[in-house]
Design a binder for this molecule. Sequence first.
Ligand code: ATP
Ligand code: MG
Length: 462
Amino acid sequence: MEKILIVDDDPEILEIIAEVLKQAGYTVDTATDGRKAIRRIEAECYDLVITDLNLPEIDGMKILKYIIDDQSRDAMCIILTGYGTIKGSVEAIKMGAFDYITKPAKSDEILMVVEKALKYRHLQRENILLKQQLRKKYRFENFVGDSKPIQKVYELIEKVADTDSTVLITGESGTGKELIAKAIHYNSYRRDNPMVVINCGAIPEELLESELFGHEKGAFTGAHKMRVGRFELANAGTIFLDEIGDMSPNLQVKLLRVLQEQKFERVGGTRTLEIDVRIIAATNKNLINAVNKGIFRQDLYYRLNVIPIKVPPLRHRKSDIPLLVDFFITKFNTQKRKQISELPRDAVSALMEYDWPGNVRELENMVERVIILANGQKVSLDDIPESIKGKAKRVESVEVNIPMGGIVFDEAVEEYEKKLILQALDETNWVKTKAAKLLNINRTTLIEKMKKKKLHKPASDL
Ligand SMILES: Nc1ncnc2c1ncn2[C@@H]1O[C@H](COP(=O)(O)OP(=O)(O)OP(=O)(O)O)[C@@H](O)[C@H]1O
Ligand SMILES: [Mg+2]
């Protein structure tokens, strides 16, 4: 039950209020002057302190200040006032008291104010807890990997998180760009303020402008109400501009201004709004190419690219694969209430052979699928989709035999190559594009090799 301290130099009032609260089930302590009150507050953990303002020596204001200044305590404070001291209680509320009760108070009034204060405190605590959980979710423990390139990314995140520098995250689709943006925000001093995410590639240009900057009432047909944009919503926090490479030239100019001056106007408005927002942008496009082609403004590129973070594709950090697989197995076990044990070695090797064009997202989706489909607690190589282990398997299926007399190396390699090409053509009904894909070589390379080896589609198949 909640613990309450009542402070008043009038013992009669103390007793009346204490009785009302005890009856309601609260644990109650009392103090008759400020000094005793502070001593009690130091020794106990109160949820609520109700104090008179006029006390000898240490008055109610000082007690209030003592409670508010001490960050380790989060007690609520209610002021008791006589009719003549309303002014003082207004001041106390400005300082951080929750409410005041006028003496002589009725018992239901006391209870109402006390309940309201405690309920508020409960919500406040819950809110802090939720924010902590959210923060924890995006600290580094959620970002898995210990390969060299990823360690470099960690180092960068750590260095830049707590600054206001603009960050540009580049990397292929599914490499974890958004996760990195979140890690930066939740490790910055802005963490208790919003992180607003907007995908610039997913919203048509006309909408994107009012989405980003908001609009005034009547700015265009259909603008019936004023609308606050994402930049305003992100004030004091971070805005994550995803797929920045898809932004139109017109909006690029406006964004440049925000970056330079932290100022903008709502669409259809004349009032200039000032904001304090940290900008993180991401793209899977090559922005330098876009700049060279004249699609992306060079000045904007330089403004964004203050701190570049390049996220390497998964195929360039294959040593992260086993860690990621374990991480996702644990994650989906919890989520799907399964108890799949770790993958056997041959299955992990097969995963490491594969190039993961969809990067971590593709790996994550595959693990999820495998876990959903698994019967029992063990997963084997057979449970890994053919499309993933396919490549490795086909190579294994070509038999290699070195005869007693030895071989002519170049001829054997030629022969081996011919077998692989024929098998690929066979499987794809001699569609060269498909066969080349299966072999992971260029179509032109395949055609060249076919010419050189004089490989033709068998007559019977013509
Ligand atoms: N290093 C990592 N550790 C754990 N999970 C990761 C890691 N990298 C990516 N993921 C997961 O992979 C998925 C894709 O990541 P994310 O959305 O951040 O990629 P992205 O680079 O923004 O992709 P896109 O360019 O397609 O938007 C997410 O579910 C994310 O949680
Ligand atoms: Mg993304």
